[in-house]
Design a protein around this ligand. Structure first.
Ligand code: DC
Length: 645
């Protein structure tokens, strides 16, 4: 049975996303490191299906590869000679793996067979094979002429004449030849016989080859020369930038859903052409801010501007604009995108079919798509994704039209971005923030509201309580800011069906003791502890939504929460509730001491310098002094329902 993910209607997007590594850079670096002299350590490598395909293929031809943990890998360079001379290689649907490997293997004096998934056998490779055959390489089609599967045989190559290569179907053929030719040690010249598409990808190739010590002379986009006697040499340690194509979904979400949405891991000096997506988004009316290691998109609520753009330079990120067109104030046209037809699926046809499901009028041509948005989105559309990761990621944006959208086969995002929907939820899933002082009834109310809505629940206070308990157990003083923050950052806590575990130990009741209540309030005043717990709290934001209770849910952790309430009650009634709770649990309690403690804690929570307890200007105040739980839940639900949830 096919899986499906239904996204709830979304009303905005804001927050920060750490990008996974770039696919284009990851697979190029892996191959160059394998071909080089010396050992390379590659950090922040993309962990996905397509990089797995490359890693596995390189292992099969005898390249030494070691996982160092945390997406760092060590690659023992083979100096251009793969140790294994005969192998069958399965390339899945990874174009960035099969094209460059075909060229490198064809020049490495072995016998190899390369195949992939059925769609891979429909994706062209003929221009590359023609280019390699011109210099004497021996490649044969094992299926249809012009397409994988292929077999490769040892051959002697002769580079005396320039290689004449087409560049109008895929730029990956040129990338493949450029990366492989230094293996010959001879002078090599490539002349393009057509216009070259997707030029920025060639810039990535040349940039990375240079980092491994091989220079290519380029005359326009016509002629490329590699001087004789160059070979790859490991630069030692390399970092992979965040993926600029993956960034496009979040930047678009910021432009459509208000923002600001920040992507971390790429910035103004990125070597990836797809960062230019941000410029195109700016033409649609978004506000883009560039940092060294981040890009941010925001936009006033309302429609994006209609557009008519040549997108040949950003073919992958351009898909995101086709879905952004649904939010434009008129008809939009995406031009010069013929390469979409030979990607993971026929992306022009797939895009047209699925956009129509949302109500748009779509016209498609050989190399363009025109999208006229409907005045309102069709609710409940089920989007097919054609085993194409970008279809799945693009169409998640449609839920920002305020309608539920079902994405069929959502796990196809694993090709380049296994955690995509979790990351998307962190900037878009609706959050209901319930803040207030200790014992105001927040916890019980929040849990019931979450159950009523079918949302997830975050008891943020428990994280501060767990931190205090962990510090006491580890003998770290509660005033030792760095020490406590380090514990908070790596808190071995798990939440299992109402029970809370710390390093496997059930501490559900232990963290509710008065000692820990006081300790939690102390560690919560330490700025380093608060920032150590920030990402952890935000990771609770998942579909279909989250109810979060604490002190700074609406002010700091989820400032874009759709509904914010400030739940409070008189100190006396709160002390009385706590007293009853403790007695019910058979724990010792003293009314006078409880009231005193509560007042001290209120003062500490309200007066600390970071994220003090306070009512946000946009929060509704609910005073529960004279309310029972049912009445308090009903009061919060009224605020929630007013937001249309
Ligand atoms: O909500 P609670 O009583 O379980 O919280 C325990 C302590 O943690 C409390 O003294 C304040 C602090 N806290 C905080 O500073 N920020 C939050 N978001 C939640 C709790």
């Amino acid at each position: 049975m096919m899986e499906a993910l239904t996204l709830p209607p979304l009303r905005g997007a804001a927050g920060t996303v750490r990008l996974p590594g770039s696919k284009s850079i990851s697979n190029r670096m892996l191959l160059l490191a394998a071909l080089a002299q010396g050992t390379t350590e590659i950090r922040d490598l993309l962990a996905s299906d397509d990089t797995q395909v490359m890693l596995e293929a390189l292992r099969r031809v005898g390249v030494g590869i070691t996982a160092l943990g945390g997406n760092a890998w060590r690659v023992e360079g083979s100096g251009g000679v793969f140790p294994v001379k005969d192998a069958d290689l399965f390339m899945g649907n990874a174009g960035t793996a099969i094209r460059p490997l075909t060229a490198a293997l064809a020049l490495s004096g072995g016998s190899y067979r390369l195949s992939g998934v059925p769609r891979m056998h429909e994706r062209p490779i003929g221009d590359l094979v023609d280019g390699l055959r011109q210099i004497g390489a021996d490649l044969r089609y094992a299926g249809n002429t012009g397409f994988p599967p292929l077999s490769i045989h040892p051959a002697t190559v002769n580079l005396s004449a320039p290689i004449r290569l087409r560049g109008d179907v895929s730029s990956q053929f040129l990338t493949a030849l450029l990366m492989a030719l230094p293996l010959t040690g001879q002078r090599a010249v490539i002349e393009m016989t057509t216009e070259l598409i997707s030029k920025p990808y060639i810039e990535i190739t040349l940039n990375l080859m240079a980092r491994f010590g091989v220079k290519v002379e380029r005359e326009g986009w016509q002629r490329f020369t590699i001087a004789a006697g160059q070979s790859y040499c490991s630069p030692g340690i390399l970092h992979v930038e965040g993926d600029a194509s993956s960034a496009s979904y979040f930047l678009a979400a910021g432009a459509i859903g208000g923002g600001p949405v920040r992507v971390e891991g790429i910035g103004r000096d990125s070597i990836q052409g797809d960062i230019r997506f941000a410029d195109e988004l700016e033409k649609l009316g978004a506000t883009i801010t560039w940092g060294d290691t981040w890009i941010e998109a925001a936009a006033p609520r309302g429609k994006l501007k209609a557009f008519d753009l040549d997108l040949n330079h950003i073919p992958d990120a351009a898909m995101t604009l086709a879905v952004a067109a649904l939010f434009a104030d008129g008809s939009c046209r995406l031009r010069n995108i013929a390469s979409w037809r030979v990607k993971e699926t026929d992306r022009i046809a797939a895009m047209a079919t699925e956009l129509r499901k949302l109500g748009a009028t779509v016209e498609e041509g050989a190399d363009f798509i025109a999208v006229s948005p409907a005045p309102t989105f069709v609710a409940g559309a089920a989007i097919d994704t054609y085993d194409d990761h970008r279809m799945a990621m693009c169409f998640s944006l449609a839920a920002l039209g305020g309608v539920a959208v079902t994405i069929n086969d959502p796990q196809c995002v694993n090709k380049t971005f296994p955690g995509y929907f979790e990351a998307f939820a962190e900037i878009t899933a609706p959050v209901i923030a319930i803040d207030g002082p200790s014992a105001s009834g927040k916890g019980t109310v929040a849990e019931r509201v979450a159950a009523a809505l079918g949302y997830h629940y975050l008891d943020s206070g428990s994280l501060y309580r767990l931190t205090a308990l962990a510090a006491l157990r580890a003998g770290v003083a509660l005033g030792d800011e760095a020490g406590v923050a380090a514990l908070a950052a790596g808190l071995p806590a798990t939440f299992e069906g109402g029970r809370i575990l710390l390093a496997g130990d059930d501490v559900t009741d232990a963290i509710r003791s008065e000692e820990i209540s006081v300790g939690a309030s102390k560690v919560a005043a330490l700025p380093a502890v608060r920032s150590a717990l920030l990402a952890r709290q935000r990771a609770y934001r998942r579909f279909p939504g989250l109810v979060a209770d604490g002190r700074d849910m609406g002010s700091v952790v989820f400032p874009d929460a759709v509904a914010k309430t400030f739940l409070t009650a008189s100190a006396e009634i709160r002390a009385e509730r706590r007293y009853k709770q403790l007695i019910a649990k058979g724990m010792p309690a003293n009314m006078h001491a409880l009231l005193q403690d509560l007042r001290e804690r209120d003062a500490r929570d309200a007066q600390r310098s970071v994220a003090p307890l306070q009512q946000c200007v946009d929060a509704d105040r609910v005073d529960t002094t004279a309310m029972d739980i049912e009445a308090a839940v009903a009061a919060v639900m009224t605020v929630v329902r007013r937001q249309g949830l």
